[in-house]
Design a protein around this ligand. Structure first.
Ligand code: URA
Length: 296
Protein backbone atom coordinates (compact mmCIF):
# COMPACT_ATOMS: atom_id res chain seq x y z
CA UNK A 1 0.00 0.00 0.00
CA UNK A 2 1.35 3.48 -0.85
CA UNK A 3 1.62 5.94 1.99
CA UNK A 4 0.11 9.27 1.04
CA UNK A 5 0.25 12.26 3.41
CA UNK A 6 -3.47 11.69 3.78
CA UNK A 7 -3.16 8.04 4.86
CA UNK A 8 -0.25 8.83 7.17
CA UNK A 9 -2.27 11.55 8.83
CA UNK A 10 -5.22 9.22 9.24
CA UNK A 11 -2.92 6.64 10.76
CA UNK A 12 -1.56 9.26 13.15
CA UNK A 13 -5.09 10.28 14.18
CA UNK A 14 -6.02 6.61 14.74
CA UNK A 15 -3.02 6.23 17.00
CA UNK A 16 -4.11 9.29 19.00
CA UNK A 17 -7.61 7.86 19.38
CA UNK A 18 -6.18 4.56 20.54
CA UNK A 19 -4.24 6.44 23.21
CA UNK A 20 -7.48 8.02 24.40
CA UNK A 21 -7.04 11.49 22.86
CA UNK A 22 -10.39 13.06 22.07
CA UNK A 23 -9.36 16.58 21.08
CA UNK A 24 -6.63 17.98 18.85
CA UNK A 25 -5.92 21.62 18.12
CA UNK A 26 -4.87 22.72 14.66
CA UNK A 27 -2.77 25.60 13.51
CA UNK A 28 -4.04 27.77 10.67
CA UNK A 29 -1.47 26.11 8.40
CA UNK A 30 -2.72 22.65 9.30
CA UNK A 31 -6.30 23.71 8.66
CA UNK A 32 -5.27 24.95 5.21
CA UNK A 33 -3.60 21.66 4.40
CA UNK A 34 -6.63 19.66 5.57
CA UNK A 35 -8.97 21.83 3.52
CA UNK A 36 -6.82 21.26 0.46
CA UNK A 37 -6.82 17.49 0.97
CA UNK A 38 -10.56 17.58 1.42
CA UNK A 39 -11.09 19.58 -1.78
CA UNK A 40 -8.72 17.27 -3.68
CA UNK A 41 -10.43 14.14 -2.36
CA UNK A 42 -13.83 15.59 -3.31
CA UNK A 43 -12.62 16.36 -6.82
CA UNK A 44 -11.30 12.83 -7.19
CA UNK A 45 -14.50 11.21 -5.98
CA UNK A 46 -16.64 13.41 -8.20
CA UNK A 47 -14.59 12.51 -11.23
CA UNK A 48 -15.59 8.88 -10.62
CA UNK A 49 -19.23 9.51 -9.88
CA UNK A 50 -21.48 9.52 -12.97
CA UNK A 51 -24.42 11.00 -11.08
CA UNK A 52 -22.56 13.98 -9.67
CA UNK A 53 -23.23 17.49 -11.05
CA UNK A 54 -20.69 18.94 -13.48
CA UNK A 55 -17.39 19.26 -11.58
CA UNK A 56 -15.21 22.35 -11.80
CA UNK A 57 -12.41 21.22 -14.09
CA UNK A 58 -8.75 21.80 -13.31
CA UNK A 59 -7.41 25.05 -14.75
CA UNK A 60 -5.50 24.55 -18.00
CA UNK A 61 -3.50 27.72 -18.51
CA UNK A 62 -2.32 26.76 -21.98
CA UNK A 63 -5.88 26.90 -23.25
CA UNK A 64 -6.55 30.35 -21.83
CA UNK A 65 -7.14 32.81 -24.66
CA UNK A 66 -5.40 36.18 -24.28
CA UNK A 67 -7.66 38.74 -22.56
CA UNK A 68 -7.69 41.03 -25.59
CA UNK A 69 -9.43 38.40 -27.72
CA UNK A 70 -11.70 37.23 -24.91
CA UNK A 71 -14.18 39.77 -23.58
CA UNK A 72 -15.20 37.33 -20.85
CA UNK A 73 -13.14 37.51 -17.70
CA UNK A 74 -12.90 33.82 -17.07
CA UNK A 75 -11.50 31.17 -19.33
CA UNK A 76 -13.73 28.21 -20.09
CA UNK A 77 -12.10 26.05 -17.46
CA UNK A 78 -12.61 28.55 -14.61
CA UNK A 79 -16.12 29.47 -15.65
CA UNK A 80 -18.62 28.51 -12.96
CA UNK A 81 -21.27 26.03 -14.08
CA UNK A 82 -24.22 28.29 -13.17
CA UNK A 83 -24.81 30.90 -15.83
CA UNK A 84 -25.41 34.49 -14.81
CA UNK A 85 -26.15 37.12 -17.41
CA UNK A 86 -25.26 40.55 -16.18
CA UNK A 87 -27.62 43.37 -17.17
CA UNK A 88 -26.57 46.31 -19.27
CA UNK A 89 -25.88 49.45 -17.27
CA UNK A 90 -23.45 50.95 -14.85
CA UNK A 91 -21.13 49.09 -12.53
CA UNK A 92 -23.52 49.94 -9.69
CA UNK A 93 -26.47 48.47 -11.64
CA UNK A 94 -24.55 45.26 -12.22
CA UNK A 95 -23.48 44.96 -8.60
CA UNK A 96 -27.03 45.61 -7.43
CA UNK A 97 -28.18 42.82 -9.76
CA UNK A 98 -25.59 40.46 -8.26
CA UNK A 99 -26.52 41.52 -4.73
CA UNK A 100 -30.22 40.77 -5.38
CA UNK A 101 -29.31 37.50 -7.04
CA UNK A 102 -27.07 36.45 -4.15
CA UNK A 103 -29.86 36.96 -1.63
CA UNK A 104 -31.85 34.04 -3.04
CA UNK A 105 -28.99 32.19 -4.70
CA UNK A 106 -30.48 28.72 -5.08
CA UNK A 107 -27.24 26.67 -5.19
CA UNK A 108 -26.33 28.17 -1.80
CA UNK A 109 -29.81 28.10 -0.25
CA UNK A 110 -30.37 24.49 -1.32
CA UNK A 111 -27.43 23.35 0.79
CA UNK A 112 -29.31 24.23 3.99
CA UNK A 113 -26.00 24.71 5.74
CA UNK A 114 -25.70 28.49 5.44
CA UNK A 115 -27.58 31.06 7.48
CA UNK A 116 -30.18 33.35 5.91
CA UNK A 117 -28.62 36.81 6.09
CA UNK A 118 -26.70 37.64 2.96
CA UNK A 119 -23.56 39.74 3.40
CA UNK A 120 -22.39 41.09 0.06
CA UNK A 121 -19.45 43.47 -0.19
CA UNK A 122 -18.21 46.85 0.93
CA UNK A 123 -15.94 49.60 -0.30
CA UNK A 124 -15.37 51.30 -3.59
CA UNK A 125 -16.28 49.37 -6.76
CA UNK A 126 -14.25 51.84 -8.85
CA UNK A 127 -11.06 50.66 -7.23
CA UNK A 128 -8.04 48.87 -8.61
CA UNK A 129 -7.66 46.65 -5.56
CA UNK A 130 -10.07 43.93 -4.51
CA UNK A 131 -9.67 41.92 -1.29
CA UNK A 132 -11.51 38.63 -0.90
CA UNK A 133 -12.02 36.75 2.35
CA UNK A 134 -13.82 33.52 3.19
CA UNK A 135 -17.28 34.15 4.68
CA UNK A 136 -19.07 36.48 7.08
CA UNK A 137 -18.90 35.73 10.77
CA UNK A 138 -21.12 36.84 13.66
CA UNK A 139 -20.34 40.57 13.52
CA UNK A 140 -20.47 40.71 9.73
CA UNK A 141 -23.90 39.09 9.81
CA UNK A 142 -25.18 41.59 12.39
CA UNK A 143 -23.87 44.57 10.43
CA UNK A 144 -24.33 43.01 6.99
CA UNK A 145 -20.86 44.11 6.00
CA UNK A 146 -17.70 42.05 5.40
CA UNK A 147 -14.78 42.32 7.81
CA UNK A 148 -16.26 44.41 10.61
CA UNK A 149 -15.28 42.12 13.51
CA UNK A 150 -11.83 41.62 14.99
CA UNK A 151 -10.42 40.26 11.72
CA UNK A 152 -11.83 43.39 10.10
CA UNK A 153 -10.00 45.60 12.58
CA UNK A 154 -6.79 43.81 11.69
CA UNK A 155 -7.54 44.24 7.98
CA UNK A 156 -8.14 47.96 8.53
CA UNK A 157 -4.72 48.20 10.20
CA UNK A 158 -3.08 46.45 7.24
CA UNK A 159 -4.81 48.80 4.81
CA UNK A 160 -3.78 51.81 6.89
CA UNK A 161 -0.16 50.67 6.85
CA UNK A 162 -0.45 50.55 3.05
CA UNK A 163 -1.77 54.12 3.02
CA UNK A 164 -5.28 52.91 2.15
CA UNK A 165 -8.68 52.85 3.79
CA UNK A 166 -11.73 50.63 3.39
CA UNK A 167 -13.43 53.12 1.10
CA UNK A 168 -10.50 53.05 -1.33
CA UNK A 169 -10.73 49.30 -1.97
CA UNK A 170 -13.46 46.73 -2.60
CA UNK A 171 -13.82 44.06 0.08
CA UNK A 172 -15.85 40.92 -0.47
CA UNK A 173 -16.10 37.27 0.55
CA UNK A 174 -16.11 34.08 -1.46
CA UNK A 175 -19.14 32.83 0.53
CA UNK A 176 -21.98 35.28 1.07
CA UNK A 177 -23.70 33.73 4.08
CA UNK A 178 -22.40 32.84 7.51
CA UNK A 179 -21.86 29.07 7.68
CA UNK A 180 -24.22 27.67 10.29
CA UNK A 181 -23.57 25.51 13.32
CA UNK A 182 -25.93 23.86 15.82
CA UNK A 183 -26.74 26.14 18.79
CA UNK A 184 -24.73 28.87 17.16
CA UNK A 185 -24.04 32.06 19.07
CA UNK A 186 -20.97 34.10 18.22
CA UNK A 187 -18.98 31.07 17.06
CA UNK A 188 -18.14 30.74 13.40
CA UNK A 189 -16.87 28.03 11.13
CA UNK A 190 -15.04 28.01 7.82
CA UNK A 191 -17.16 27.24 4.75
CA UNK A 192 -17.07 23.76 3.25
CA UNK A 193 -15.93 23.12 -0.34
CA UNK A 194 -19.61 22.65 -1.31
CA UNK A 195 -20.51 26.03 0.17
CA UNK A 196 -17.60 27.65 -1.62
CA UNK A 197 -18.49 26.05 -4.92
CA UNK A 198 -22.14 27.06 -4.58
CA UNK A 199 -21.25 30.74 -4.02
CA UNK A 200 -18.37 30.90 -6.49
CA UNK A 201 -20.38 32.25 -9.47
CA UNK A 202 -21.32 35.35 -7.48
CA UNK A 203 -17.78 36.37 -6.54
CA UNK A 204 -16.50 35.50 -10.02
CA UNK A 205 -19.05 37.87 -11.52
CA UNK A 206 -18.22 40.55 -8.96
CA UNK A 207 -14.64 40.34 -10.22
CA UNK A 208 -15.92 40.57 -13.77
CA UNK A 209 -17.79 43.76 -12.91
CA UNK A 210 -15.07 45.42 -10.82
CA UNK A 211 -12.21 44.40 -13.14
CA UNK A 212 -9.58 45.13 -10.48
CA UNK A 213 -5.91 45.48 -11.34
CA UNK A 214 -5.05 43.30 -8.37
CA UNK A 215 -6.76 40.79 -6.09
CA UNK A 216 -5.60 39.89 -2.59
CA UNK A 217 -6.90 36.49 -1.48
CA UNK A 218 -7.13 36.58 2.32
CA UNK A 219 -6.48 33.06 3.59
CA UNK A 220 -6.54 29.58 2.16
CA UNK A 221 -10.29 29.32 1.61
CA UNK A 222 -10.36 32.33 -0.70
CA UNK A 223 -7.13 31.30 -2.42
CA UNK A 224 -8.10 27.69 -3.13
CA UNK A 225 -11.64 28.66 -4.12
CA UNK A 226 -10.62 31.44 -6.49
CA UNK A 227 -7.61 29.83 -8.10
CA UNK A 228 -8.81 26.24 -8.11
CA UNK A 229 -5.26 25.32 -7.10
CA UNK A 230 -4.26 23.03 -4.31
CA UNK A 231 -1.98 24.27 -1.58
CA UNK A 232 -1.64 25.84 1.81
CA UNK A 233 -1.31 29.59 2.23
CA UNK A 234 2.39 29.18 2.94
CA UNK A 235 2.88 27.34 -0.35
CA UNK A 236 0.76 29.80 -2.35
CA UNK A 237 1.93 33.10 -0.91
CA UNK A 238 5.10 34.95 -1.87
CA UNK A 239 4.31 35.20 -5.61
CA UNK A 240 1.60 36.36 -7.97
CA UNK A 241 -0.95 33.96 -9.37
CA UNK A 242 -3.00 34.69 -12.43
CA UNK A 243 -6.76 34.77 -12.72
CA UNK A 244 -7.13 35.34 -16.44
CA UNK A 245 -4.87 38.32 -16.52
CA UNK A 246 -5.55 39.64 -13.02
CA UNK A 247 -2.66 39.12 -10.59
CA UNK A 248 -3.74 37.46 -7.36
CA UNK A 249 -1.61 37.68 -4.24
CA UNK A 250 -2.38 35.06 -1.61
CA UNK A 251 -1.67 35.94 1.99
CA UNK A 252 -2.63 34.83 5.47
CA UNK A 253 -6.11 35.65 6.70
CA UNK A 254 -6.13 38.62 9.13
CA UNK A 255 -7.54 36.30 11.83
CA UNK A 256 -4.30 34.31 11.61
CA UNK A 257 -2.46 37.42 12.74
CA UNK A 258 -4.90 37.77 15.63
CA UNK A 259 -3.91 34.31 16.80
CA UNK A 260 -0.20 34.68 16.14
CA UNK A 261 1.48 37.72 17.59
CA UNK A 262 4.80 36.69 16.06
CA UNK A 263 6.42 39.60 14.15
CA UNK A 264 7.83 37.11 11.66
CA UNK A 265 4.29 36.15 10.59
CA UNK A 266 3.27 39.81 10.46
CA UNK A 267 6.28 40.49 8.27
CA UNK A 268 5.22 37.73 5.84
CA UNK A 269 1.82 39.35 5.35
CA UNK A 270 3.49 42.72 5.11
CA UNK A 271 5.89 41.48 2.42
CA UNK A 272 2.90 40.33 0.40
CA UNK A 273 1.40 43.80 0.79
CA UNK A 274 4.68 45.47 -0.22
CA UNK A 275 4.74 43.29 -3.33
CA UNK A 276 1.17 44.32 -4.12
CA UNK A 277 2.01 48.00 -3.63
CA UNK A 278 5.06 47.75 -5.86
CA UNK A 279 3.21 45.89 -8.59
CA UNK A 280 0.43 48.47 -8.50
CA UNK A 281 2.90 51.34 -8.67
CA UNK A 282 1.96 52.69 -5.24
CA UNK A 283 4.57 54.75 -3.40
CA UNK A 284 6.47 52.81 -0.75
CA UNK A 285 8.44 54.76 1.87
CA UNK A 286 11.57 53.52 3.62
CA UNK A 287 9.57 53.45 6.84
CA UNK A 288 6.96 51.20 5.22
CA UNK A 289 9.69 48.92 3.86
CA UNK A 290 10.99 48.36 7.37
CA UNK A 291 7.69 47.45 9.13
CA UNK A 292 7.91 44.26 11.23
CA UNK A 293 11.57 43.64 10.49
CA UNK A 294 13.40 42.18 13.50
CA UNK A 295 15.12 44.84 15.60
CA UNK A 296 18.93 44.71 15.47
N1 URA B 1 -13.54 36.65 7.90
C1 URA B 1 -13.75 36.66 6.57
O1 URA B 1 -13.12 35.93 5.83
N2 URA B 1 -14.66 37.50 6.09
C2 URA B 1 -15.34 38.34 6.85
O2 URA B 1 -16.15 39.09 6.33
C3 URA B 1 -15.10 38.31 8.22
C4 URA B 1 -14.18 37.46 8.74
Amino acid sequence: MTSTPNSLFRHYLDSLIQRGTTRASLTEEARDVLRTWYVTAKKGSRAHSPSSPSPRPEPQPTKTPPPSTNPELFPEERKPSSSITLPEGTMEDKLQYLRDLAQNWKPARDLNSLRDTMVFATGNPHTQLMLIGEAPGYYEEVQREPFVGRAGEKLNQILKAMGLSRDMVYISNIVKFRPSLPNQRTNNRAPTPEEIEACLPIIMHEIQVIQPKMIIALGGTAAVGLLGEQGSVSSMRGRFHDLNGIPVRVTYHPSYLLRSDNPREKRKVWEDMLAVMERMGMPVSEKQRGYFLPRE
